[in-house]
Design a binder for this molecule. Structure first.
Ligand SMILES: Cc1cc2nc3c(=O)[nH]c(=O)nc-3n(C[C@H](O)[C@H](O)[C@H](O)COP(=O)(O)OP(=O)(O)OC[C@H]3O[C@@H](n4cnc5c(N)ncnc54)[C@H](O)[C@@H]3O)c2cc1C
Length: 550
């Protein structure tokens, strides 16, 4: 069998390596138009910032490594121009000599990846304007910074790549402005969670402009649609990526609704003996079963391996994705998996949402706060998605949640997980378990939650309700939600006569725990409809800032 692979980074080389592991006799050839193969794109922002000291650390594998280890022939600087499905050939151009030739395949893999989206902005091709997709881009940025010594930078787009580069440019001493076209940073997160990130960026002296549209790039400044001008010496366009599908389209291979290449669970395209994997392909979502496009290195490696296995007679199949991702910005870690609240609502789920604010480990071990937003289906009790903002230990929790969602866990299952505990790592009941308990109480018990946005709606609805601030008086006096009365938890039992048990009642404290204790007291005394404010006063104020009337 002659197996040809187009593209030699994550997906292409994974496919080649797995095919070789399964089959010693196949002829395996990779054509890559770039000079680098099998490199770590994900490490590039950290080389730019100097956390990784040598570029070679990101490009440890060469064509001769693949020849010796896997008996795979890798041709770099070779661009595939055409696929002839009927003749089972591809047209290849050697970019060094300019010569073209045809090669025959029995099986073909398209692993052409993705390219950075170039926003249609006048001046976007200036020599101080960059994208970051491959090692060439990375070296150009590094050289520009060391040669021109820019003092300021502007990043268009607030996805994880833009934010990782932002952190590294700040590390180099640049003044960074982030520009986001949409009304919030990192639009994949729910707005309430993105506010923590936005505040953190500002705390680290990054200028953040949301709802801002760049219309022209000039040599030393950009012009915004609203007339503002921002001076800058360096611009990174980081407005997302688009799958490289030109070859596939030209060959009549079907694309999916996301405009990436459509594949089945064996990574086979609509064309016989042609497979595709990695960032050029469409995936499907584990929760909804619907097509999605989430180009990630984790998925590229996985789908590459499945492709190599499928081609060589193995039985691996692709089981979908949850869009799990994690990134660090300064000392904040942001992670998400599964559906956001926004996505779950758009899918028609009756959602229950909690904001669980807990330390990652005991305070006596230096525990730091972690905000876990859990989204669940009120009808089935299934956990649908989680977003976490915190510090150390976010990675561990998000992976537990991703595992739970993959195996269709109900919120009640989380409490029963036998998770590792010792003071340097966790609390006796891990924040994952608390998240499950809160959602379980809300869905299967009568400990209902109200989100900050829902509470605001209630406050503006004209409906009758009581709101109890269950914190101590000093906290209440410092700041409280406008229509709340202060009944501290310790003395609440003595004050029950002040309330009508049939009126909707909302309880809250700082983060949610004491508010829940107050809610328990009211429900146990026959109150009919009591909601605890999810994430408490802290989360409410993150979203609805205090209007200073002093
Ligand atoms: C800065 C940065 C940080 C990232 N961080 C993370 C992270 O933390 N976690 C994560 O999961 N993912 C991350 N990613 C995403 C991850 O790098 C990609 O998902 C992964 O590289 C995709 O691999 P791929 O092989 O499918 O595609 P690519 O890496 O795009 O490789 C495709 C290759 O195909 C070649 N090619 C295309 N057309 C042709 C042709 N006609 N002929 C020959 N060759 C061709 C291209 O030159 C390219 O080298 C990051 C990406 C970037 C840019």
């Amino acid at each position: 069998m002659r197996l040809l692979i187009i593209g030699g980074v994550a997906a292409g080389t994974s496919a080649a390596a797995k095919a070789r592991r399964n089959d010693e006799t196949a002829e395996i050839v990779i054509y890559e138009k770039d000079t680098y193969i099998s490199y770590s794109s994900c490490g590039m922002p950290y080389y730019i910032g100097g956390e990784i000291d040598e570029a070679e650390k990101l490009t440890p594998r060469t064509p001769s490594f693949f020849k010796h280890k896997y008996n795979v022939d890798v041709f770099v600087c070779h661009e595939v121009l055409d696929i002839d499905k009927a003749a089972k050939t591809i047209a290849v151009k050697d970019l060094t000599t300019g010569e073209s030739f045809k090669d025959h395949y029995d099986k073909l893999v398209i692993a052409t990846g993705a390219k950075a989206v170039l926003p249609p902005v006048k001046g976007a091709k200036g020599d101080h304007v960059f994208t970051l997709r491959n090692i060439g881009d990375m070296n150009r940025i590094k050289d520009y910074i060391s040669l021109k010594k820019p003092k300021s930078a502007l990043i268009l787009g607030t996805g994880f790549i833009g934010l990782e580069v932002c952190e590294n440019l700040v590390r180099l001493g640049l003044e960074v402005t982030l520009i986001e076209r949409l009304p919030q940073v990192t639009p994949g997160l729910d707005k309430d969670m993105s506010l923590y990130l936005e505040d953190h960026l500002k705390k680290n002296k990054v200028t953040v402009l949301t709802g801002a549209n760049v219309i022209e790039i000039k040599k030393d400044r950009v012009l915004l649609e609203d007339g503002r001008e921002i001076c800058t010496d360096f611009i990174l366009l980081s407005a997302g990526v688009r799958p490289n599908t030109e070859l596939a389209e030209k060959a009549g291979i079907e694309l999916g609704i996301t405009k990436a290449i459509k594949v089945n669970d064996r990574m086979l395209t609509s064309a016989e003996d042609i497979y595709a994997c990695g960032d050029c392909t469409e995936q499907f979502h584990i929760v909804t079963g619907k097509p999605v496009y989430r180009p990630m290195g984790s998925t590229a490696n996985k789908t590459g391996r499945i492709t190599g296995d499928s081609i060589t007679g193995g039985n691996l199949t692709f089981r979908g994705i949850l869009g799990t991702g994690i990134f660090r910005v300064f000392d904040m870690v942001i992670a998400q998996t599964g559906l956001s609240e926004k996505e779950a609502k758009a899918e028609g789920y009756e959602t229950v949402v909690c904001h669980n604010i807990k330390p990652n480990k005991p305070e006596y071990m230096g525990g730091k706060e972690m905000i876990i937003k859990g989204v669940a289906d009120n009808v089935t009790g299934r956990l649908l998605g989680v977003q976490i903002i915190g510090d150390e230990g976010v990675d561990k929790r998000i992976d537990v949640f991703a595992t739970a969602i993959t195996f269709k866990a109900g919120v009640d299952d989380l409490f029963h997980l036998d998770l590792a505990y010792a003071p340097p790592f966790s609390t006796t009941k891990d924040p994952v378990m608390y998240t499950g308990m809160i959602l379980d109480n809300a869905i299967h018990g009568d400990r209902k939650l109200v989100t900050a946005e829902e509470l605001k709606d209630l406050m503006e609805s004209g409906k009758d309700y009581n709101m109890i601030d269950a914190r101590v008086l000093a906290q209440y006096e410092k700041d409280h939600i406008e229509t709340a009365s202060n009944f501290p938890h310790e003395t609440l039992r003595q004050s029950l006569k002040s309330f009508d048990k049939n009126t909707i009642t909302v309880t809250y404290c700082n983060k949610g725990v004491t508010g829940n204790a107050a809610q328990n007291i009211l429900l146990n005394h026959g109150f009919k409809e009591v909601y605890n404010l999810s994430g408490g006063h802290k989360h409410f104020r993150k979203i609805f800032k205090r209007i200073n009337t002093d």
